[in-house]
Design a protein around this ligand. Sequence first.
Ligand code: NAG
Length: 287
Amino acid sequence: MLPYVFIVFVLSCAYLPEFVFSQIVPVTNDCPHPAGVLRATSSRQLLLTPGFVNGQYPPNLDCSWILKAQNQRSKVELTVFISRIEDRLFTDCDDFIEVLDGEQSGAPVAARWCGSTHPFSITSSTDSLYVRFKTDANFELRGANMSFVDYEPPQCPQGWLFAATGDSCYKLWSPRQRVTWVEAQRLCMYDRSNLLTVSSADEYRSVIGMYSVLADEPWIGYSDAQFEGTFASVNPTDPVWPPNFPTFGNSHEGKDCVYLNLKVREGVGYAVDDCRAQRSFICKKRK
Ligand SMILES: *[C@@H]1O[C@H](CO)[C@@H](O)[C@H](O)[C@H]1NC(C)=O
């Protein structure tokens, strides 16, 4: 009984984007400028934009936070639960959140958004992320509810799973608002990962073992959008697996993207769908 309960518990933690908070940072009314430093730990901490709790951010803000891991070997992961920010009128966002990959205001942009679409999760390449929230004089909305945590590779970040024998971390994202194949790959890349591609039968079995109880049908990283009938990995240098890749009956016009049917117990549970269909997805990153 006990091992079963344990496995279900681990899986449901990975599956649901809800987290247990052991510590909450009260930054709600704080708009540091210049940037304030928040120390990330292995406990998830909340980062709310000013006014979020009352339902509206003030005009003319320019707040910045440096999220810094406990040590230089660690990475910071920022999760965005909710983000409601004035949408762009033309090409530029007047109000926006920008996440830079580093601790300086001049570090490369990892993500920048307004409106209601946003990254789910962003991972640093070094030990820091720089988060900036800027608003203009008009149209104040609710703002963002985010959280951050650090982890030290080769550990996987919170909410990611690993196979006992492998060198990768996996995450099945199953949001209420599902996404197209291209959007799924974009969301994986914010976390320095790609849509899942498989490198061996062992890895395939491990992934199915991790997620089959969920009976979901997530996008994975194969498509033949480039050359009809020739499936390729999202990272073109990775070979496809299995090498004798399924042909899906040869007539799958308009269905160029591969998803994984987690209920299939025999053989390989790949199937194809219109790339614009909205699905959950699995990201994979090397440790
Ligand atoms: C922020 O989101 C988390 C996760 O969904 C939730 O538990 C928390 O209550 C939210 N905070 C506020 C102030 O809405």
